[in-house]
Design a protein around this ligand. Structure first.
Ligand code: SF4
Length: 481
């Protein structure tokens, strides 16, 4: 942060300065300027710059001779007042930098949730679209995507309102064949941890057996069971069978609406594991290529080829899976639009039931930066990639059903999941809308009690810590029931 300013300070250099009355910028102002991180427009902060008056909010922005005081809009509702000021900060920052974000001044993780709030207050499809385009200044294709997604979620949200005791169970296997370069999940290379896998499973079983029966006694209805990680299929066939055996002993899969399994890494999939999963009652799996370009797969540390993706997908079809999702990433290092289009073409040939398109998160790319591969990141073409993926999903008869944004996403874009109608994942919809309680088990699991206020309980992330504290994790959950 800069030193305190002179009272009559003028900043004549080409930097952008932001002043505010407190020691730190108010959160809404900080969120607004964070949008400009990506385009090098992030301002220098000048804290404690003056005293609030009733004429203005005390926040100002300056570049060279041009200085703007953010007006106070006189709204009694503080939330609305901040929203209006945030929009104004975005507008001025846009003028200073020449940069407009695809989502305009909209920040936060859940664009579709904003639309659902508008719908709940009586807005029509057209009115919601106009609010996103006119108030938030989102690009029309983004506004349309968010509104369509919210429409496709409607029946799921309604069902949850009618059945508030519906909950989800998440079980995490924090191991993968190798660690991908951009990974920010709880994941440990299984080769290195092989000696403790059995013990981990033993503790995981105990955690489930301590908590799930209490949930059932209290009348909760488990709607979804989601096995994630990591890559659960990186377990050996024997361990995988044992694992799904005790999970389905604790959670009866018969009445589940969704039983999803992340089988993300094709190099971890075998016909036998698919047979075990099918027998256990898994209804939806993910086989994730991320890209179908072998050179990129090598660069990002996936250690499998595009050909292995195709054969894993075909194996899953042969095993009888009729709801297979594929994850890809837009903006991977070194990829041009043509590489991404090639990936889409290959995926369309496989005809999956779901397609999840992530935008590379630059934060997740910490290892890329460390390895000096950051210059290979393409901020400029990511938006075009996403438009192509939207067209590809639509040509496969898919609809968007959940979406979210993260900080530091390349080009300020989003992650969005498409599927054939009927192949939606209620688990993913509810996790984004925060309208359904999730009890999470295993290292890195986050339990979320969704009532009026949301209460979170975090399981420890590292496997080593989990081995020592799994019982405490179970007890924490019991306290929340
Ligand atoms: S497969 Fe997924 S969880 Fe595993 S290392 Fe790669 S990104 Fe992380």
């Amino acid at each position: 942060m800069s030193d305190l300013p002179e009272m009559n300070n003028t900043y004549t250099d080409s930097k952008i300065y932001m002043g505010f009355p407190e020691d730190l910028p108010p959160h809404y102002a900080y969120e607004a300027v964070q949008i400009f991180n990506d385009c090098g427009g992030f301002p220098e902060f000048v804290p404690n710059s003056g005293i609030k008056t009733d004429k203005n909010s005390g926040i100002w922005l300056q570049k060279g001779e041009e200085r703007y005081d953010i007006p106070f809009f006189g709204e009694e509702n503080e939330k609305l007042e901040h929203k209006l000021q945030k929009r104004e900060i975005y507008r001025i920052m846009s003028n200073f930098t020449g940069y407009t974000s695809p989502w305009g001044c909209m920040t936060g993780v859940r664009p579709a949730k904003i639309v659902n709030v508008l719908f709940n207050s009586g807005a029509t499809y057209q009115e919601a679209l106009e609010e996103l385009e006119n108030f938030y200044m989102a690009r029309s294709e983004k506004a349309e995507l968010a509104v369509k997604t919210a429409c496709n979620q409607e029946s799921f949200l309604k069902e949850q309102i009618e059945n508030p005791k519906n909950i989800a169970i998440y079980v995490g296997i924090p191991f993968c064949p190798t660690r991908c370069l951009y990974c920010s999940f709880t994941s440990h290379p299984i080769g290195k941890y092989i000696k403790i896998v059995d013990k981990y499973l033993e503790l995981l079983e105990a955690e489930l057996r301590t908590v799930v029966p209490v949930l059932l006694q209290k009348g909760y209805n488990i709607e979804s069971l989601y096995i994630g990680g990591g890559t659960p299929t990186s377990l050996s066939e024997t361990s995988f069978e044992k694992f799904l055996g005790f999970v389905t002993d604790v959670v009866n899969p018969v009445n589940l609406k969704e039983f999803s399994l992340e089988a993300g890494r094709p190099d971890s999939i075998t016909p036998e594991k698919l047979r075990i999963a099918k027998k256990a009652g898994v209804t939806r799996i993910s086989v994730n290529p991320q890209t179908m370009n072998n050179a990129t797969l090598e660069l990002i540390g996936r250690r499998h080829s595009a050909e292995e993706v195709i054969s894993a997908f075909e194996m899953a079809r042969m095993a009888g899976f009729d709801n297979i999702n594929m994850d890809i990433i837009a903006g991977l290092p070194g990829e041009e639009l043509s590489h991404f289009e090639y990936t889409l073409e290959k995926i369309a040939q496989l005809k999956p039931d779901g397609l999840t398109v992530h935008t590379l998160s630059v934060k997740r790319a910490a290892d890329l930066k460390r390895d000096a591969k950051a210059e290979l990141l393409r901020h400029d073409i990511t938006g075009k990639m996403l438009i192509e993926s939207q067209k590809c999903a639509s040509s496969m008869g898919m609809i968007p059903f959940y979406m979210y944004r993260q900080k530091n996403m390349l080009g300020n874009h989003e992650n969005v999941s498409y599927c054939r109608p009927g192949c939606e994942s209620p688990y993913n919809i509810h996790i984004m809308e925060e309208d359904q309680t999730i009890f999470a088990f295993g290292a890195g699991g986050v339990t979320k009690i969704c009532q009026k206020d949301i209460i979170r309980s975090f399981n420890v992330k590292s496997v080593e810590d989990y081995m020592k504290r799994s019982e405490e994790m179970a007890q924490r959950k019991l306290m929340l029931i």
